[in-house]
Design a protein around this ligand. Structure first.
Ligand code: SF4
Ligand code: SF4
Length: 433
């Protein structure tokens, strides 16, 4: 066992963490609803292809969508029941996605994988791929691909920072499923052929730090409470001292980062023979009556989740999928729990800014707050002028979409949205030559 303090990173902001609304709420299992909408695109990459038809009977843990390429992921039914639809639906984030609609028969008949016959790296990675596991911290990148780097890696970093305000799902899992996380780490070490593991936890979670103290082979690193500590590049620097150069990835410096929930999903796939069919998320904010940390079946409608938490207080002005910094404001509640969901946050008008943006006053606050040392105002201005080449020159592609720039912008500029759009335009510009 070793416990040490992480390195200081100069850049980053301090945001009120609002964790206390749900930090003491143990994870509750929400009963699966009568109807579930399971998305075929809950990951980065090509959508899964449906392998069931309307009218088919399915069991919990049965594959209903098959990965359709190297960067894709399998999708499983999270209940037993009947397929009653395969539909394109515009969800609460404005994304048109194909969903498999399943009517729950409440028999809870479940299919499991066979026991593994060996625990060699190749077998573990194949199981993780089969189980449809993707980065559950929000990225949604297929985990098996991350476990097959071109060159050998030397450090596995476990991301226990959870620096987003309001969110506590990783925190509760670190307290309630410490042993399972440890076992998941052992399997990931084996899959990557890595000896060294560091677990980075922000110092506002002393009980979680204490929980991991007992594992002699883990290097527990206490991180400063700073946003966005959970972003890969910061976490790697603060836990290992390694710097990931601009345009490079963690594997370029010999590191693989895995999120707490992803580690548990790997443990369940390998040891419990379970595909990924449920997630743990935090439902919080001053706009929800009973904030909770919930385990929900994938495909559960957000409306049902909100109702299970007692409903809105009546003052809700904004609902966010994810944390308030990196999450996305929802245009409707027509969304369904995905693999990558970490929270549903309901905010009152006084807890969020609903003010219309005004002109940039060139104060430079956004640049001062940017952990990637970018000039957000210039990227935005280039984007608004349709000058995507300049947006790229100002480093748009290196933006983490962390929201630190917009946090204190006096003009309330929608910097993150505009930078995210400029990234899309730059990609299109490159594809079209
Ligand atoms: S913080 Fe806002 S107002 Fe200030 S320079 Fe940046 S975009 Fe402009
Ligand atoms: S420009 Fe990107 S990386 Fe920099 S603060 Fe804004 S969102 Fe974060």
């Amino acid at each position: 066992m070793s416990i040490r303090n992480g390195k200081n990173y100069r850049y980053g902001i301090h945001v009120p963490d609002k964790k206390s609304l749900s930090s003491e709420q143990a994870i509750e299992v929400m009963p699966a609803p009568a109807k579930l909408y399971i998305g075929l695109s809950q990951h980065i990459g090509a959508p899964a292809l449906p392998i069931v038809a309307v009218g088919d009977k399915v069991k919990k843990g049965q594959m209903i969508g098959e990965a359709s390429g190297a960067i894709s992921a399998n999708v499983y039914s999270s209940v037993s029941g009947t397929v009653v639809g395969i539909e394109d639906i515009v969800n609460g984030l404005g994304q048109k996605i194909k969903y498999i609609v399943i009517e729950n028969d409440f028999k809870n008949e479940e299919l499991l994988f066979d026991d593994l016959t060996d625990f060699e790296a190749k077998t573990l990675i194949e199981r993780i791929k089969l189980a449809g596991i993707v980065g559950l911290g929000g990225a949604g990148f297929p985990t098996a691909v991350k476990l097959m780097p071109k060159d050998p890696l030397d450090i596995l970093v476990i991301n226990g920072a959870e620096c987003e305000p309001y969110l506590n799902c990783d925190y509760r899992l670190m307290l309630e499923r410490t042993e399972d996380i440890y076992r998941g780490i052992i399997y990931l070490k084996k899959a990557l052929n890595i000896e060294k593991v560091v677990v980075g936890i922000e110092k506002n979670k002393p009980q979680a730090i204490e929980a991991f103290r007992r594992f002699e082979d883990l290097d527990v690193v206490v991180l400063k409470k700073q946003y966005p500590m959970g972003s890969e590049k910061h976490l790697i620097y603060c836990t290992t001292g390694k710097k990931v150069p601009t345009g490079k990835m963690p594997f370029d410096v010999g590191v693989c980062v895995q999120n707490i929930k992803t580690v548990i999903a790997c443990y369940e796939a390998i040891e419990k023979n379970k595909p990924l069919t449920e997630i743990v998320l935090t439902v919080s904010g001053e706009g929800i009556k009973n904030p909770k940390n919930l385990k929900v079946a994938l495909g559960t409608p957000f409306k049902d989740i909100i109702e299970y938490c007692g409903g809105e207080t009546g003052e809700t002005a904004k609902v966010i999928a994810g944390g308030p910094m990196m999450g996305r404001a929802m245009i409707s509640l027509n969304s369904f729990a995905r693999k990558t969901d970490s929270g549903i946050i309901l905010l009152r008008a006084k807890d969020t800014s609903l003010a219309s943006p005004t002109n940039c006053i060139s104060c430079g606050v956004c640049a001062k707050n940017c952990p990637m040392r970018l000039m957000p105002m210039y990227i935005e201005q280039s984007f608004l002028a349709g000058d995507y080449k300049s947006a790229e020159k100002y480093g748009a592609m290196n933006c983490l979409e962390c929201g630190s720039c917009a946090f204190n912008c006096p003009a309330k500029r929608p910097l993150v949205q505009n930078i995210a759009h400029s990234k899309q335009k730059i990609k299109e510009m490159k594809q079209n030559g």
